[in-house]
Design a protein around this ligand. Structure first.
Ligand code: DGY
Length: 295
């Protein structure tokens, strides 16, 4: 969506958007809103055309906000609000240079993402998709002592990358039964989980990623999984997204892949949306944002 603040006495309405009603009277400054009214990502050409002259931009993590978009927006752009806690899709150096403020949505999706992370971890280590498939395909013939066995979470060591004080990555890889990646994607973390990292993990360990796909070298992960160097993986994020349906990782039984649904509960997405809108409005008014990214 594009949102432009104007000193007008009336609302202009685009794509059915109306931000005032009798319960919420118009403030002194009203906004003219131009919305991409679809769940599908806004096509690049539409974004470049639509953003021209706007003062505020509300974007999704699937919208790459780079120099080209900033140039297309022009010098009036004062605030970008992203409906995400991650901000690797934003060209922060360029944004900072232009004095543009950025709002994002930390904290409100932590619980939903943590729940999904645990669900994915258990799905991968206890082979849930594979086991469910056996029921459908007739592979379930009888109860067998070692059939569909996996690795349990009890009494295990879970290493979380992106939580707490710095632990050497090599030690975390070597000692953990479960490695969970939750850190932000930055130049420092890009490709961090690579051949050396997987080589240090135990053969019985499970790798889980719910942060960003590019933290992982996917070819190295494929090799580690295909050759039994690690036991299994659960990925909620990949490179690219969506992952092509013929991607080699999808051919592996010991890899569970989800379509980036970490924060996907109705309540969480709704809270994120309200926070993103409030960040944008505060930025347009020149007020402190509920959650502003320090640039
Ligand atoms: C985010 O917000 O960055 C998550 O990846 C999706 O909710």
């Amino acid at each position: 969506s594009y949102l432009e603040q104007q000193n007008e006495s009336h609302m202009e309405q685009y794509s059915g958007v109306n931000i005032s009603n009798s319960m919420f009277p118009l403030p002194t400054n009203v906004c003219r809103v131009q919305q991409w009214d679809s769940e599908e990502p806004v096509p690049r050409a539409e974004l470049l055309a639509g953003v021209a002259g706007t003062r505020g931009l509300l974007c999704l993590l699937s919208d790459r906000i780079d120099r080209e978009v900033l140039d297309a927006a022009g010098p009036d752009l004062k605030v970008i609000s992203t409906l995400s806690v991650g901000f690797d899709h934003l060209a922060l150096d360029e944004i900072k240079k232009r004095g543009i403020r950025v709002g994002y949505t930390p904290d409100v999706l932590t619980d939903a993402t943590a729940e999904l992370t645990v669900a994915l971890l258990l799905s991968a280590c206890r082979r849930l998709p594979e086991a469910a498939e056996q029921v459908k395909s007739g592979g379930w013939t009888t109860w067998k002592p070692l059939w569909m066995c996996g690795y349990g979470l009890s009494d295990s060591t879970v290493g979380i990358i992106g939580l707490g004080r710095i632990v050497p990555l090599t030690r975390l890889a070597e000692e953990s039964d479960f490695v969970v990646v939750t850190c932000a994607l930055t130049p420092a973390t890009q490709g961090m989980c690579n051949k050396d990292f997987f080589g240090r993990m135990k053969k019985t360990s499970v790798f889980v990623n719910t942060s960003r796909g590019a933290v992982v070298n996917q070819e190295d992960l494929y090799d580690a999984l295909a050759h039994g160097r690690i036991a299994a993986a659960g990925l909620d994020v990949t490179t690219p997204e969506p992952l092509p349906t013929d991607h080699p990782l999808l051919s592996l039984k010991n890899c569970v892949i989800l379509p980036h649904i970490g924060s996907a509960t109705y309540a969480t997405r709704s809270t994120m949306a309200v926070l993103a809108a409030n960040n944008l409005l505060a930025g347009l008014r020149g007020e402190p944002m509920p959650h502003e990214l320090k640039l």
